[in-house]
Ligand binder design. Structure first.
Ligand SMILES: [Zn+2]
Length: 211
């Protein structure tokens, strides 16, 4: 998990959020089933595109690259219906993280919000493993609730590190010179924000090479 800069609010939201929010909260008050056309407006293509762009096509929680992804409400709509199309409340999430997070929300016991928090202030990354910092309950809740140590994620992170190791060995065996420098740059690029599991890669490079 990394900190993400919130992208620019899409035009469609700027223009319609007030009406859409009003229609949704009013429909909610009637107690009737809310039509999908009112309930799922946040799935609009322009909104999804903007979410994908700001998150570099990665889940904002587990940093997996995802082909489609779901739209997560940071604060669940069941708790705060007025935030249904609030731009700051929307993020791209994988199906699993979204499902595990469910409608969890507690004002006093929040999870890490990647748009507001610096995740590495709460979490430690060791190889494929993610741990909360000692005594950090926000980190603890986030790891447990989102199951950031689930087997499938550990496996994928392990593959990522092994792939990186290959590059590092190549770099290490090269004599000083341009080729070595290019290889080093290539390795550093793997830790950039748009790359899968960048938090883990960054931590690994720091631990393994002191970079
Ligand atoms: Zn995820």
């Amino acid at each position: 998990m990394i900190h993400i800069h919130k992208g620019e609010e899409p035009e469609v939201l700027k223009n319609h959020k007030e009406t859409w929010t009003k229609e949704y909260t009013e429909a909610l008050e009637t107690g009737d089933t809310i039509p999908n056309t009112i309930r799922y407006r946040y799935r609009h293509k322009d909104i999804k595109d903007a979410l994908r762009k700001e998150a570099a096509n990665k889940c904002i929680y587990c940093e997996r690259k995802i082909p489609f992804g779901e739209t997560d409400h940071i604060v669940p709509v069941s708790k705060h219906p007025e935030l249904i199309v609030d731009w700051d409340n929307l993020g791209l999430s994988c199906k699993e993280c979204n499902t595990y997070k469910g409608n969890y929300y507690d004002e006093n016991e929040q999870l890490i919000n990647p748009f507001e928090d610096q995740p590495d202030e709460h979490l430690l990354f060791f190889g494929p493993m993610i741990l909360q910092r000692v005594g950090d309950m926000k980190g603890f809740r986030t790891v447990e609730k989102l199951r950031l140590r689930r087997t499938e994620l550990i496996e994928r992170r392990k593959e990522r590190i092994e792939q990186l190791q290959g590059l590092i060995e190549q770099w290490n065996s090269l004599p000083e010179g341009k080729t070595k420098e290019i290889t080093r740059k290539k390795i550093m690029e793997e830790a950039q924000n748009d790359k899968e599991f960048s938090a883990i890669v960054l931590a690994y490079l720091s631990q393994a090479l002191g970079w």
